[in-house]
Design a protein around this ligand. Structure first.
Ligand code: PRX
Length: 630
């Protein structure tokens, strides 16, 4: 199943386009099914309705765990590196992981969970997080993992949207030198969540927490009451595997739904190929399992291929900026998959943190989550890969389930800042505003995909119409990614960033409307408009223009209050980097905010505001420019 030469890539690609069903049918043979499919694919992008491996039965955990036991049971599945480097790291072999997943699956059952129930997971980056995810999949429950940085309100919205019955959390989490009181946040969230019956709490940071009688139980107590045998639930290929909430251009985050069969095949196939994973190698993806990268490339992809996956609790700069390099040296990491924001942040410390670090184990490097600028690409290439490790710049999205456009390590010739070529089975197309295809090379346009792939989203939870409107209605018969893209003379793709009102801050997706709604919840704020601007480390920063007539000279304090409000409503990741108080916003005569102008002001490019003739009150713009310079 592994592509090893460029010629083979071309052949496989051709086959995948000419006969997708045969191609994916053959790829899927490399996985373990309880019952085969009767049809590889049926689809239409109109409704949309997409089914892969129809009729097939499986359990993804049998592919990620059971099938490795006989030959590789003693091989490390997960190596856990704690936040504090003084603490011992933990290695779980496939056998150990299998036992723990089965045991915790029984805990879930004991607490009333069954196939189809939704379960919210809000945990630190500890092995138990992977165990919780896999235990849900084992019993056929649908997990909805929420990143540990989200606020109580965000959690409550997500829990209520998918009507979760159970929550799995911990007393707290470490993040660098900070401690996050996860259980307190959950307690606040659950005040408004009538569907939650049970909450399972892992002891991790050993901080006192309140345990509500009848609802809250300790992980450590529960596992004592069950054994470690748990037959995997038989799932249909199109049964739901998980929901993952992500931001869009409208206010409320969407619950992206992935299903069992197609997602498994896609995550496993792309992992094996893109990273050219070799048996015995140590693979380290620095993402958090709270995001899609962690789902597909810390848990499901690597484990389905019997790989060794490093799970790191902390952050790249704690206790110092050599932390990643220490981890690489300590665990002899062969593949390092990280985000441009981390690379830029580490770059800013210069070469000192690299001194004396043995990075010779590194064979493959990967980047994900946002466009990687050339400077960061070259630094990564030279300082970390010593010009020998290919960099796979992987473009994909929560909705795509797995990597879509990317070099295949050791196979595809790389080019700085280019995601290069589509993987087999992926049919990208560039279109103009009217949806007409832009053919040829040396062109740019909006990136769409014209044919289904197994890992694609099937719906948005509880609101199929929203899925249709968001992804399949902008252009007829195409999946619209929301990204702008250029295709150069070599046919290589370079993703240029979002073309909708979605920001990408440190690789995290944040909707401008979401941030505006949060700011507007602050007493005194009448209206606000949020745009992104180039930020040296984060890629994009958040710039908020705020109308607050109630403010009486206490600008700094009011700014802090607004930041606090955003932290409460969404979480610290959505805090604006800059707040500018203004008395009006540039609007068209029909009342639409002209964000284009605000973006220019945020970028400091006020000389090129473009056409302002449709503005209702052009004087507002001068005033904002004036204020932005103060
Ligand atoms: O704009 C693209 C950017 O991240 C968006 C997807 O975000 P999310 O669903 O959170 O998933 C992130 C991890 C897969 C995309 O629409 N993006 C992701 N990878 C790249 C990228 N932009 C440029 N280059 C990439 N390699």
């Amino acid at each position: 199943m592994q592509i090893t030469t460029f010629q083979q890539y071309e052949e496989e690609y051709k086959k995948s386009v000419e006969n997708p069903e045969q191609f994916w049918g053959e790829v899927a043979q490399n996985f373990q099914w309880r019952k085969p499919w009767f049809k590889v694919l049926s689809w239409n992008f109109k409704d949309p309705e997409i089914k892969w491996f129809e009729g097939a039965k499986l359990n993804i955990t049998e592919n990620c765990l059971d099938r490795h036991l006989a030959a590789n049971g003693d091989k490390p599945a997960i190596i856990w590196e704690p936040n504090n480097p003084e603490e011992e790291s933990v290695t779980l072999t496939y056998k150990m992981l299998h036992e723990r997943v089965c045991r915790f699956a029984n805990v879930l059952k004991r607490n009333g969970a069954k196939k189809g129930d939704r379960i919210c997971i809000y945990m630190p980056m500890v092995p138990e997080l992977a165990i919780a995810v896999l235990a849900c999949a084992r019993i056929g429950a649908v997990h909805s993992v929420i990143f540990g940085g989200f606020s109580a309100k965000s959690i409550a919205d997500r829990i209520n949207d998918s009507q979760c019955k159970l929550v799995i959390t911990a007393d707290g989490a470490y993040r660098g030198n900070k401690q996050i009181p996860l259980k307190d946040v959950i307690d606040d969230a659950l005040i408004g969540c009538p569907t939650v019956e049970k909450c399972i709490v892992l002891t991790h940071v050993r901080t006192p927490v309140s345990m509500l009688k009848g609802r809250d139980v300790w992980w450590e107590d529960e596992v004592k009451h069950v054994n470690d045998t748990c037959e995997a639930e038989e799932m249909d290929a199109e049964d739901m595997l998980f929901i993952l909430y992500t931001s869009g251009s409208t206010g409320k985050p969407k619950g992206v739904v992935h299903t069992c069969g197609g997602y498994m095949v896609y995550a496993g196939y792309t992992f094996s190929n893109v990273f050219n994973y070799q048996p015995g190698e140590v693979y380290f993806c620095t993402a958090d399992i709270g995001w899609i990268t962690g789902h597909s490339y810390i848990v499901y992809g690597p484990l389905s291929q019997g790989a060794t996956s490093v799970l790191f609790e902390g952050i790249p700069t704690h206790p110092g900026p050599s932390r990643f390099w220490d981890i690489v040296e300590k665990h002899k990491v062969n593949t390092l998959y990280t985000a441009p924001t981390a690379i830029r942040s580490l770059m800013s410390f210069g070469e000192e943190p690299l001194n004396g670090k043995d990075l010779s184990s590194i064979r493959i490097l990967g980047s994900v989550g946002e466009p990687i600028n050339e400077e960061a690409w070259h630094w990564f290439d030279e300082k970390i890969g010593h010009n020998e490790a290919p960099i796979v710049d992987t473009w994909w999205q929560t909705e795509t389930g797995g990597i879509m456009i990317s070099p295949i390590a050791t196979v595809t010739k790389t080019k700085p800042s280019f995601a290069t070529l589509p993987l087999p089975g992926v049919q990208p197309i560039l279109v103009d505003e009217n949806g007409s295809e832009i053919k040829g090379n040396g062109v740019s346009g909006n990136l769409c995909i014209k044919f289904p792939w197994p890992g694609m989203l099937r719906t948005t939870y509880g609101d199929h119409e929203r899925c249709k409107q968001t992804y399949f209605s902008t252009y007829e018969n195409l999946y619209f990614t929301g990204d702008g893209c250029l295709r150069d003379e070599d046919g290589y793709y370079r993703i240029t960033g979002r073309v909708d009102d979605v920001l990408n801050v440190s690789g995290h997706r944040i909707g401008t409307a979401e941030v505006e709604n949060a700011i507007n919840m602050h007493a005194g704020v009448v209206e606000s408009a949020v745009v992104g601007y180039p930020h040296d480390v984060k890629g994009q920063g958040i710039y908020a223009f705020v109308i607050n007539p109630e403010m009486h000279g206490e600008a700094d304090l009011t700014k802090k209050d607004i930041l606090q409000t955003v932290t409460r409503v969404i979480g610290a990741i959505a805090k604006p980097d800059k707040i500018l108080f203004v008395s009006g916003l540039p609007k068209t005569r029909s009342g639409k905010i002209m964000r284009r102008i605000l973006r220019k002001i945020a970028e400091g490019d006020t000389a090129n505001l473009g056409d302002t003739s449709t503005l209702m009150d052009p004087a507002v713009v001068d005033e904002i420019i004036e204020a932005s310079r103060r």
